[in-house]
Design a binder for this molecule. Structure first.
Ligand code: ARG
Ligand code: ZN
Length: 879
């Protein structure tokens, strides 16, 4: 472990112990100032055993005074360490502890606890930020009632916000003022929040179904108010939807959202006072793309839905993170599916899952959705906990159906409202409400890591009109520590039978062990098994794992003809998309393996033509059906990955399609163009996506379409089109790109969100100039390493320029490591997040592995390395 033992200290799920003492009430009094904030805290502690020591978490706190039940606490009665404060020989079962601490928001670049974003003071306390505000039992199973008073300079901080309801405010001498807040709901410390600053705002209200009026506010930097309206509309939609679909109503009298520019994550569900990354609140026609709008709608929903799944019922410990995150992602996905297009939503959610979670699950960083141990819980806000977690919830939904699921949710709130619970408690509720649900076997999805593979063969018996589905499930052992990982999972497989004439039929099943066939779902429970169907008139073509009913790799012996049949006839739009992706990925794979360039089969061209000409498919679905798997998805089929050839092969496919359909693409582009002017509107998203896809194909054909792309850039009146154009210009028309980039940069210099988007189009080149370019971008006066959005856009996009990041010189790995080292001293969770990029190590060539290892070793030698970064680097290095 290379001398890192001191930092790499693991916490294990099996060591969880119930609290032997707890804090029940909290009074906090803040004198706010960016340089030095004074935090006076009065907490009520109840202890079972009067003789036990009491430990309170606390980090980077400057303790000024400490009193117990009004008396100065003697030095022998407490001990301070870098982790916190231990109270000794108290001899009481109930007492009040008062502490006074100094903290410095301005110096807090980790963005955990109380920090400064621009001129706004704000907090981020999940998972363990509260211990940087005051001494506390900073774990989620300590739920307490909070009262808060904020005092600050009125000019600098005219708005003073905290959780719950405002109970008073007033002016004070010396230009100061105060406000007090009370939250009637007991909550864990990670949901505590305050905000102070000069804020613009918009207001609205929502009438709940029981007739209560909720005041809604969105706060932002002054001047940004007009960009908050879409977020407000989304909030109102989310509140209504949660009442209709889940019968859940909001519980406080006011709901506030604050947009800030510096934020480590996307957003945070603090009770009654959500704090958001501005990228997920602010939008207008000129600055936000359609995908920005869609992301805002979904994250506004997500944080709102947490009020019940997360806040009213919270997690017992951080191993249970998926209890609230998996469930809440599932809820936000359903929200978007219900109010937009279900098929499009599902395709996009699965696309995200396959691009980020599948690779994570195949890497040294793989972990179960409920991990067994961690060094820094901050490193576990992952695609696995969130997105695979949501897939696990979706499988329950698939098995028990919407009604059964809602019965289970009702049970969950009936049993656990107001408590901090576990994923078992959730499964227990689902089981009680749905006795046929085998929650026991299902539990394995929570404790096993890795994407399972499912192999399927079919056998048609013409004489008896029967069909046998033969399956085998497998979980590859991923790591050296191949622990558990082999219990068979309960895999819900949604499937359809399609006849050679394209019609779908539904055979019968005799098997009593298949209670879900009414929903078109078979449950595969064994490592190897068979399912027998009757009344099968013809040899079927199977549509398997419809809507991605389970998050698996599916392996079948289907031929190209069979796949093309599904691509043409499958009524499940999701599967139609999936099989299209498979057809393309198979071809790219074959081309990669072959010595000379392959020609695209005319059958594939015909299949594309049929989609393009099919009047019954809407534009958005067409855009998806005609899109090509990303490099990241293609890489997952290779070991070692050939980054350069993958890109070339993918380009060859795209270029062939562009040539084959040149005239049609141009025609479609021209027809759709007038319909897609203007700002975001749900009915414009599809046509705009299809139109821009056509333009992307045409741009590949070179100079003859240069004018079209440049006109598109000049004339576009919205950021979706503008961004597509600038991306294409940087990708295909390098010699003209410079002047366009300059004018774009001049125009948007003062808009961080636009600059951050633009930066992602600046790291595309496939020669070594990119390395210089990255450093030039970093040197821009607007670029700021302490603002996570800048770091993500520059270094994230650079690391997705695969052929350059993995360049044979090792230069890509090296400048990336330089950045990680620099960042660790600023923002440790960002440094750790970047370092995860190297997890691809186990899939690259031996030569690249060596180069990655030497960068990892260099990072690990850092003298003051954070435990966040050390955990990630150590794990990848030792794989
Ligand atoms: N609970 C927040 C959400 O999912 C995210 C908090 C992120 N925290 C972190 N340390 N990464 O809505
Ligand atoms: Zn969440």
């Amino acid at each position: 472990m290379k001398g890192q033992d001191a930092i790499i200290q693991k916490t294990h799920l099996k060591d969880y112990c119930k609290l032997k003492y707890k804090i029940t009430n909290v009074d906090l009094d803040f004198s706010l100032d960016s340089k030095l904030t004074i935090v006076k805290s009065k907490i009520l502690i109840e202890s079972i055993d009067p003789n036990q020591d009491i430990f309170l978490h606390g980090e980077a706190l400057d303790l000024q005074s400490i009193h117990l039940d009004g008396h100065n606490l003697a030095e022998e009665n407490y001990e301070l360490s870098s982790q916190g404060l231990t109270l000794k020989n108290i001899n009481k079962t109930k007492f009040e502890l008062t502490t006074l601490c100094h903290i410095s928001p301005e110096k807090n670049l980790a963005l955990e606890g109380l920090y400064l974003s621009g001129d706004i003071l704000c907090t981020q306390n999940e998972p363990e930020g509260f211990r940087r505000i005051t001494y506390f039992i900073d774990r989620p199973d300590n739920m307490a009632i909070y009262n808060v008073k904020l005092t600050a300079n009125k000019k600098l901080y005219p708005y003073l916000l905290a959780n719950g309801n405002c109970t008073g405010f007033g002016d004070l001498p010396n230009g100061l003022h105060w406000a007090s807040w009370a939250d009637p709901f007991p909550k864990p410390s990670y949901l505590f929040a305050i905000v102070a600053g000069q804020l613009g705002h918009i207001k609205n209200s929502f009438k709940t179904k029981s007739g209560r009026n909720i005041a809604l506010s969105i706060y932002c930097d002054p001047g940004q108010e007009s960009r908050c309206h879409f977020a407000m509309e989304s909030l109102i939609k989310a509140m209504k939807w949660d009442e209709q679909r889940f019968d859940l109503e909001y519980d406080l009298d006011q709901y506030m959202i604050v947009s800030v520019g510096s934020f480590n994550a996307g957003a945070m569900e603090n009770k009654g006072l959500n704090i958001f990354n501005s990228a997920l609140v602010l939008a207008d026609q000129a600055t936000a793309t359609d995908s920005d709008y869609m992301a805002i709608e979904s994250v506004i929903g997500h944080e709102y839905f947490h009020n019940w799944t997360g806040n009213r019922i919270t997690c017992r410990d951080w191993f249970q993170l998926t209890l609230k995150e998996g469930l809440t992602v599932f809820r936000d996905q359903e929200f978007s599916a219900d109010i937009n297009s279900r098929a499009v939503q599902r395709i996009q959610d699965v696309k995200g899952l396959k691009e980020t979670q599948f690779p994570e699950d195949a890497s040294p960083m793989a972990h179960p959705i409920r991990p067994d141990s961690y060094v820094q819980i901050n490193n576990f806000y992952t695609a696995t906990v969130y997105e695979k977690g949501a897939e696990v919830i979706r499988m329950i939904h698939t098995l028990v159906g919407e009604e059964g699921f809602q019965r289970g949710m009702k049970k969950y709130f009936e049993l656990f409202d107001g408590q901090a619970v576990t994923t078992e408690d959730f499964l227990h509720s689902m089981k009680i409400a749905n006795p046929h649900f085998d929650s026991n076997q299902f539990q394995n999805w929570y404790s096993q890591k890795g994407t399972p593979s499912l192999e399927i063969h079919g056998h048609f018996d013409q004489d008896h009109n029967s069909f046998e589905l033969i399956y085998k499930q497998q979980q590859k052992s991923l790591n050296k520590d191949s622990e558990i990982n082999n219990k068979p999972l309960l895999i819900p497989l949604k499937m359809g039978f399609i006849a050679p004439n394209g019609e779908e039929f539904k055979p019968k099943l005799k098997d009593d062990a298949q209670p879900y066939w009414d929903q078109g779902v078979v449950a595969l429970t064994k490592t190897e098994g068979k399912v027998k169907f009757y009344d099968v008139p013809v040899k079927p073509i199977l549509s398997l794992n419809r809507s991605l009913s389970s998050p698996i790799y599916l392996n079948t012996d289907a031929s190209l003809e069979q796949d093309l049949h599904l691509f043409k006839y499958d009524k499940d739009h999701f599967n139609r998309y999936e099989v299209g992706q498979k057809i393309i990925a198979d071809w790219i794979g074959e081309n990669l393996a072959s010595k000379s360039k392959l020609d695209l089969s005319p059958k594939i061209i015909t299949a594309f033509a049929e989609i393009i000409n099919d009047q019954s498919i809407d534009d958005h679905m067409k855009a998806l059906l005609l899109s090509v798997p990303t490099e990241s998805v293609l890489h997952q089929r290779q070991k070692p990955i050939d980054f350069i050839k993958t890109k070339l092969s993918r380009d060859l496919f795209l270029n062939t399609i562009a040539q084959a359909f040149e005239l049609q693409f141009l025609q479609i582009y021209k027809n759709l163009y007038p319909k897609t002017k203007g700002g975001f509107a749900s009915e414009k998203v599809g046509p705009r996506a299809f139109k821009n896809l056509c333009l992307s194909f045409l741009a590949r054909l070179g100079d003859s379409y240069k004018h079209l792309v440049f006109d598109h850039y000049q004339e576009s009146d919205n950021m979706t089109d503008q961004f597509t154009a600038i991306y294409l210009i940087n990708n295909y028309f390098e010699s003209e790109a410079l002047s366009v980039n300059n004018s774009f940069y001049q125009k948007w210099q003062n808009e961080d969100l636009v600059l951050q988007k633009w930066i992602t189009t600046q790291t595309l080149g496939s020669d070594e100039k990119v390395f210089t370019k990255v450093n030039q971008l970093k040197a821009l006066p607007e670029y700021d390493s302490s603002i996570p959005n800048y770091v993500r856009s520059l270094w994230g996009s650079f690391s997705r320029n695969y052929s350059m990041f993995h360049h044979s010189s090792g230069k890509g790995y090296q400048i990336f490591a330089d950045q990680i080292i620099e960042l660790d001293g600023i923002n440790r969770s960002m440094a750790a997040a970047l370092a995860k990029t190297y997890r691809i190590k186990t899939s690259v060539s031996e030569q690249n592995k060596k180069m990655i290892n030497s960068e990892l070793e260099r990072i690990l030698k850092l003298t003051h390395i954070s435990s966040n970064l050390a955990e990630v680097v150590d794990q990848i290095l030792n794989s």
